[in-house]
Write a protein that binds this ligand. Structure first.
Ligand code: GUN
Length: 291
């Protein structure tokens, strides 16, 4: 069996051209959608991710601004910036790129973002809405994963879905979305005993561990849809996922590549959430958007 490759770059491009029309309508109505991205510290990967997010905004007509704070920034300084962005009527989405320097507790920083502008969907109010089955903003990577699964045509009802990794940003929310779609969900993590015993049962396998090649071919059920969220540097400095891609190609039904899989979809869903937020804002103000 040779797996079908789910091309995240191509899918993101297609979705972005649809959303551009929505951004155009907002701009035409004088409600330019606006995103503020906050990067704190010198994490090189974070800088690249945020640069890519800003570029993607520009391409579809979202106004964006980048706020760069030093690695030694204090909590009051960060919270003051967030307060300012919360109060800015031209900003509909705020994202604080993670990870944060050690002196800043992510939970405290994220909780300060207005839930109405939390386009990452990480505020406890938004995670709570997701848990209750009525999400307002779905976290971007999990939302992107669900869009990728849609392209397989698989009906998730009754399927075995196994998620490896229990982060607030990917593992837990994607498990909730799969559950909502009717899958039977197993959430595995670093303490899970005999991981392969779980992954081998998975019709849908989502890997978000952050360890190169942690999932070998023998851990994959024949014909499974395998979503690889990992972005790791191999010993040869190449970007690789959590899954042994070559081996998985021979066993899976569908597989997402790294790079060019989940990464571009995360950015696409951020754009979608920002547009959604601006549309809500327009509706609250009684602004009519053209057809
Ligand atoms: N770091 C890695 N992925 C993400 C993301 O989707 N949002 C934020 N804010 N930080 C991240």
């Amino acid at each position: 069996m040779t797996a079908l490759v789910i091309d995240g770059k191509q899918l993101a491009q297609k979705l972005r051209s649809e959303w551009k029309l929505r951004a155009d309508r907002l701009n035409a109505a004088g409600m330019a959608p606006g995103l503020a991205a906050v990067v704190i510290g010198d994490n090189p990967a974070s800088k690249i991710y945020v640069r890519n997010k800003i570029k993607a905004c520009r391409e579809i007509g979202i106004r964006s601004e980048e706020h760069v704070l030093g690695a030694g920034s204090t909590l009051p300084a960060v919270l003051a910036l967030i307060d300012r962005l919360n109060a800015d009527a031209g900003i509909h989405g705020i994202l604080v790129q993670l990870p944060l320097p050690a002196q800043l507790a992510p939970a405290v920083v994220i909780e300060r973002i207005s839930p109405d502008k939390d386009v990452d969907g990480l505020h406890s109010r938004n995670l709570g809405s997701l848990l209750s089955g009525h999400p307002r903003f779905v976290p971007c990577t999990p939302a992107g994963i669900m869009e990728m699964l849609k392209t397989t045509g698989l009906n998730l009802r009754g399927k075995e879905a196994v998620v490896v990794g229990r982060s607030n940003i990917v593992g837990k929310p994607v498990a909730l979305l799969l559950l909502q779609a009717g899958a039977t969900v197993t959430l595995c993590h670093s303490q899970t005993r005999n991981l392969a015993q779980h992954t081998r049962r998975a019709d849908v396998l989502v890997c978000a561990i952050g360890k190169p090649h942690a999932i070998g071919g023998e851990m994959i059920k024949l014909g499974a849809a395998v979503i690889d969220v990992g972005i790791n540097r191999s010993a040869e400095e190449k970007l690789v996922g959590d899954v042994d891609y070559g081996a998985a190609l021979q066993r899976a039904g569908w597989i997402t590549p790294v790079p060019g899989g989940v990464g571009p979809m995360t950015i696409a869903m951020l754009l979608c959430n920002t547009i959604l937020s601006a549309e809500r804002h327009a509706a609250e103000q009684g602004i009519q958007l053209g057809a």
